[in-house]
Design a protein around this ligand. Structure first.
Ligand SMILES: CC(C)(COP(=O)(O)OP(=O)(O)OC[C@H]1O[C@@H](n2cnc3c(N)ncnc32)[C@H](O)[C@@H]1OP(=O)(O)O)[C@@H](O)C(=O)NCCC(=O)NCCS
Length: 185
């Protein structure tokens, strides 16, 4: 697969940029938040050293299989969240999206703006045609974010993923096509 070149992407009031090891303390606080542990488990991250390794993996786009961004406040440089384009398949023009927002940045439109921006970037810069989001049916906040960012609910996958509580959960599958209308934010 072809490596993806690092790029910053404007996302409304915020900025998406490749993760930086200096964000380790914020990443650790975000990844050990109760709701993130439940819905985006990253069990290998237990201290700043492992958080730094997680950021470095996110920063390494050389495989071409993912492009992972930190969502930051461009003024303070504070990390507010993380959004990832992963399972990138250029032949199928397909990828999946994942996201999490730090507790200190929630309910301000960060996830919606980040998803909308990374979707536009994936269509324009990676030439993708279809993007998917899966979230647990028991996570209605994530459902709202996906809908707000233009991802139509396409169906329910039965017991399709083991989440942080160790249980298999039903998931909603949302999809957005390059040809779908761009959401008004
Ligand atoms: C779910 C999450 C991503 C939302 O991020 P956010 O930046 O706070 O979301 P936004 O501010 O963009 O909110 C978008 C919409 O979702 C709604 N929303 C956000 N969190 C919600 C929640 N917990 N419950 C219900 N609705 C919620 C907002 O009210 C807003 O609705 P509106 O358009 O009607 O005003 C964030 O709370 C989070 O990371 N949670 C823990 C981990 C997680 O769930 N990750 C997603 C896994 S798929």
């Amino acid at each position: 697969m072809t490596a993806i070149a690092h790029e910053d992407v404007p996302a409304g009031r915020w900025l998406l940029r490749p993760p930086r090891p200096a964000e380790a303390a914020e990443a650790l606080a975000m990844l050990t938040d109760r709701d993130v542990v439940q819905w985006n488990p990253a069990p290998a991250v237990v201290d700043e050293a492992s958080a730094r390794a997680w950021l470095e993996r996110g920063r390494d786009w050389s495989s071409g299989g993912h492009a992972t961004f930190s969502v930051v406040d461009p003024v303070s440089s504070r990390m507010l969240g993380n959004v990832s384009v992963h399972r990138i398949d250029r032949e199928q023009a397909f990828a999946a999206l994942g996201y999490r927002v730090a507790p200190w940045a929630r309910r301000q439109g960060v996830a919606t703006a980040a998803l909308a921006a990374v979707s536009g970037w994936s269509f324009d810069r990676l030439g993708l045609a279809r993007l998917e989001i899966c979230h647990a049916v028991d996570n209605p906040g994530s459902c709202r974010v996906a809908e707000r960012a233009g991802f139509r609910l396409e169906g329910t996958l039965r017991q399709s993923f083991v989440y942080g509580d160790g249980h298999r959960h039903d998931e909603h599958l949302h999809g957005r096509l390059r040809t779908d209308p761009v959401p008004l934010l």
